[in-house]
Design a protein around this ligand. Sequence first.
Ligand code: ISL
Length: 591
Amino acid sequence: MTVPDDERAWWKEAVVYQVYPRSFNDTSGDGVGDLQGVVEKLDYLDSLGVDVVWLCPVYESPNVDNGYDVSDYRAILDTFGTMDDLEALIAGLHDRGMRLVMDLVVNHTSDEHEWFQRSRAGDPEYEDFYIWRDGQTVPESEYEDGLYDPAEYGLPRDARERPPNDWESFFGGSAWTFDEDRGQWYLHIFDERQPDLNWDNPRVREAVFDMMEWWFDKGIDGFRMDVINLISKPDGLPDGEDETAIVRGADKFVNGPRVHEYVRQIHDEAVPDDAMTVGEMVELTVDEARQFLGEDGDGMNMAFNFDHMRLDFGPDGNRWSKADWGVRELKTTISRWQEGLDGEGWNSLYLNNHDEPRMVSRFGDDGEFRRESATLLATLLYTLQGTPFIYQGEEIGMTNYPFTSLEEVRDVDTLRNVEQLERTGRFTSDDDLLDLVRYRSRDNARTPMQWDAGPNAGFTDGEPWIPINPNHGEVNVATERADPDSVWHYYRDVISLRHDEDVLLYGSYDLLLPDHDRLWVFTRTLRDDDGDVEEQTLTVLNFGSTPTDFEPPASVAGDAEAVLISNYDVDSTRVERETLRPWEARVYRLA
Ligand code: ISL
C-alpha cells in the first residue's frame, strides 16, 4: 500500500452532494422543497454513489437571503419541516453509510435573531454582539454643494451623517445601516438584514461554539462554514485602499488580523476530530489556504476558493461585469491550486454551487454538446486531486435559466446589484441587463431540481417558488436514468472509478502541454518510497466544440494499460497522435 494511513481520511475519499433544500424536492405541496423531500430522495443519492450531503441552511430565518440570514440556529424553518424531519434525515443517511454536513452561517445573523434584537435595544449582555459605530458628521457645506445625499443611506433629509467607513456590501451599496433604536450604525457585509457578529467579543465565540456542539451532539458529521474568512475585522475599521477589491473595503475585512486565531479556536473547541470542515473563503490565495489547512494549519480540512470563479469577471474585478475566459487560464488557475496544496492541504473541487451559474452553461456548451461537455467537466472534477462537490442537478447536466424579465428573479444579490447598477447607468437596454442576469444570476442554480418531464418537473404539486427551467422535458432525472449514455450514468461511473482508484484519490498532479489553448492534459501519479512510479493515470480533455489534434508528449505516448473512462467510444488503448472529438474526455491507466 503506497498511501500511508495517516495521509488517508474519509473526507478525502468522499464525494459530497450539495442540496439546496428550497429547490430540491417538495413533499408538502407549498411550492418550496423540504426536509422530507430530501429524505424521500436518499435512495436516489445512494444510487448515484455519493457519500456526504451538504445541506444548505434549514434554520429558522426570515429568508431575506434564503436562509443565510439565520434567526434561530437551533430551530428548523417551518417551510422545511421539523427537527424530527432533520433527525430522520441524519438517521436515513447514516443507515446508508452516508454523512451529513450542515451549513454554518456565523459571520452574520438575521436582524430578527434575538441577539440582534437585544443588541439594538442596548441590553448590556448583548450590546457588543454586533459591530456598532457612530457615524461621521458631514459638514453642512457638503450637503449644500450636493456632495452628500442622506437618501443614499436611507436617512431623512435633515440628517448630516455618513457611515463610519467606506466599506461596501457584497449585495451593493454601503455596508452600514443606521439604526434608529440604538442611534448608531451597524456593519453588514451582506444585506442590511444580515448584521455582522462581533467575533472580537469572547461571548459571541462562546455562543457559536455552544451551538456547534449542540449540532454535533445531534449526530451531524461536519460543517461547511459560510464566508468564514470574513469574521475578523481590523481594529479601527479603516477605509478600503484597494480600488480593484471585489467590493470596497474587502482588502481590510478579508482575512482580518485574528482570523487564524478564531478558525483554530473553532476547531479546537467545537469540532470533533473525525468531523469534516470546509470553509468558504472569498479572495483566498494558495499561501493563505496553507495556513488554514494542512498539518500546521488551523484544523480546517478544506477551503472553497474563488480564483476560478473570477476568470470571467470584467477588468475592474467586478462580478457584475463579464469578460471572456479561456481554458488556458482555467487550467493555470486550477493547476496552481493542485500543485500548491499537494501534501500541504487538500483541495475542494467545484465548478458550480448555489451562488454560481450552472457549470455546463458557463464552462461547457449547454446547446449541441450539453452531454459531452457536462461529462468532460465531470471527468476533470473527478480526476483532479481533492474532494469533489456536486451541486444538485449537475449530475443531469442542468443548465442556466433563460430569464426574460426581472420578475422571474428572486435572489437578493441579483436584485440589489442590478438596482445599484441601473442607478449608475450601467445598462444600455433591458436586453443588456437581462443578458447579464442570464449569465451571472445566482438564481440560475436555484431553479428547481428536474426530476421528470411531468408538470413542474416532479418538483412540486403546488406553485413553485421560482420558475422551473422550460427544458425540463428533455433534461430530467427520469430521462437521464433511462439512457445508459446519459450524463447521470457517466457521473455514477466516474464517482465509482474515483472511489476505486487510490491513484485518483492521492496521486500527485502534473500538468502536460501547459500552453495548449484547447487541451487540458494531466497525469496523476503514485510513487513508492524510492520515488519510482507505481501507478499513473492520464487525463486528456478537449475543451471545446471543435475537433482538436492531440500530440501526446513522449513521457505518456505508447500502449496504455486501459481506458478507465471516456465520454465517446474509444477502441484502442494506445496513446498516440490523433484528433479528439468535441468535448472529448478520456482517462487512461498508463502501463
Ligand atoms: O459570489 C459571491 C461573491 O463573490 C456572492 O454571491 C456570495 O455572496 C459570496 O460568495 C458568499 O456566499 C455565501 O454567503 C452569502 C450567501 O448569500 C451565499 O449564498 C453564501 O454561499 C451570505 O451569507
